[in-house]
Design a protein around this ligand. Sequence first.
Ligand SMILES: CCCCCCCCCCCCCC(=O)SCCNC(=O)CCNC(=O)[C@H](O)C(C)(C)COP(=O)(O)OP(=O)(O)OC[C@H]1O[C@@H](n2cnc3c(N)ncnc32)[C@H](O)[C@@H]1OP(=O)(O)O
Length: 245
Amino acid sequence: MARSAIGRLFAGLRCLPVGNTQLQTQCSRWSSERTGVEASMFSHKPRDFSLPNPSWGEEMKRLYKHYNLQSEEAAGQGEDGEWWTRLPSYNRSLKYATGGVYLSKMIQSKARLFTRNIRDPGAAFEYVLFFRNDKQRCLCIFQAGHLLEGPPGHVHGGAIATMIDTVTGTHASLLSAPVMTANLNINYRSPIPLGSTVLIESTLDKEEGKKKFISCKVSSTDGSKLHTEATALFVSISVSHLLRG
Ligand SMILES: CCCCCCCCCCCCCC(=O)SCCNC(=O)CCNC(=O)[C@H](O)C(C)(C)COP(=O)(O)OP(=O)(O)OC[C@H]1O[C@@H](n2cnc3c(N)ncnc32)[C@H](O)[C@@H]1OP(=O)(O)O
């Protein structure tokens, strides 16, 4: 039973990102309603973690406003031009899919997305992700909380890798869900101060069959400092791949 439920779920997931207009319509709805997900047949709305909360610093708020404004303007503009659309973010990615809220209670119900599992706002990963309408680029505003310390006063390299995997992985999922990270190659150029806000930008370099090659850079919000550079390879998988473990 679980197998067929998951099969239906990913059929839903696949039709979400791949159909361009469908996704745009969906995401315009997401951004304009600011609810995080359209009402499901179970009429339960999960918490959208990418909305502002009191832990956000001035820079995080300023950048969010800047890109979210473009998102809202685009919703009323039709499909011409280029714009960013905010992606909602839940503590289980199953909740993106039709019926997912219900399924996430059935399958491994205690599982939570690594980056969204800390209750104290601002303590760890505070981020919001936007994607460009042509899906060639994603942009993430990331505020690193005090629980992410590595070298004293600076962000842990594993936490930076986690955010890069999250941004590039979400980007690849928008192109064709479901995917898994096959390779992640990171160069750390300059440390990120704990508590600071940085920009994480991902770019689709090429697609070859099941493979998506994505590059990524983490930089200061004024663009003057490059913190980290990475390349990633994502491979599209079948649902049975996940079930095999
Ligand atoms: C709407 C959006 C929602 C988004 C929500 C998400 C939010 C959260 C986002 C968080 C995101 C977190 C994400 C995570 O953290 S994912 C968790 C970390 N990743 C894993 O655990 C993956 C483990 N590995 C595997 O499962 C398999 O090996 C995969 C699936 C990767 C490949 O499977 P498989 O081995 O069966 O593939 P294939 O034989 O069909 O080969 C296919 C092609 O790929 C090429 N290849 C394979 N491996 C490599 C490699 N290492 N370097 C270079 N190339 C490689 C291969 O040569 C072939 O090329 P070609 O011969 O065709 O040219």
